[in-house]
Design a protein around this ligand. Sequence first.
Ligand code: AVJ
Length: 322
Amino acid sequence: MLDRTDTKALQREAFRRDVIAGLSKVGKTLPARWLYDDRGSELFEEITRAPEYYPTRTETAILTDNAQAIAGLFGERAVVLEYGAGAGIKTEIVLAALARPRLYVPIDISGDFLKTSAERIRTRFPGLAVEPVTADFTEDFELPGDLPKPGRGAGRRGGFFPGSTIGNLDRGEATAFLKRVGRHVGPDGVAVIGCDLKKDIATLVAAYDDAVGVTAAFNLNILRRINRELSADIPVDDFVHEARWNAESSAIEMHLVAKAPVQFAIDGREFRLDRGETIHTENSRKYDVDSLSALAEAAGWRIETLWTDERKLFAVMGLVVR
Ligand code: AVJ
């Protein structure tokens, strides 16, 4: 029996469902969220240090260089809602710059991850109230009713979503996400969102196919995870990592390409791939100023400030509700 309070078992069942559904389609896919088990998260950390992967260090520099302006957007006594359990140093840069923040609310689906990062923030900012919320922010959810409302000791509410994770969402999902943030922060709310920018294809592809092969290991790990958690027998060595630019969707796509005809079983179901057939594991959309404005407007926001680096590699949007 599935215990409804056992989130680990529920996650395992959701994983099995998604894997079987994705691999049963004609164009095989696996949802990108499943790339991040413990090993996947470790490998992603390594990616952020790869010389070709410019987003993390560029965004961190943008936040550092503009911390005062960002703090100005949030205003005094802000209630900060972070979508994702905490982006480590980026969160700290913003919180450290704020004027007497009222409350920090990290939101994440993983309760364990939330606990650890909430503890880290409490240690680093002893005077700051922290109220973690366990929720899947890619779907609609209500904030706890007892969060301080603007006025009476609390300032504005501001959403924070760094990392260009918004790039994993398609246009409809990204619009729905920004509308959700708008509902959470209310009419006087603001948001600070990190987005990767369109640039020459060679730079983009290299960032998602680094020379050392960390990104390849990260992508292939999803197959190892299926073998580990769903007792499957996927011949992982028969697959290679590929990063592709899709001009139509303005996205880098990660694929796992079968080097030979492959067959394997999961849960007694047989799956086959022809040589050259792929499993599409991630989209990472790249924006320009016009597409960012259009996205913001469609979701009820206006770009108040767009902070970028000198080489225009990455952008941080400062949004206000229209
Ligand atoms: C964590 C989704 C922002 O799209 O750049 C990095 C994930 N995938 N290298 C990105 C990722 C391959 C990353 N995000």
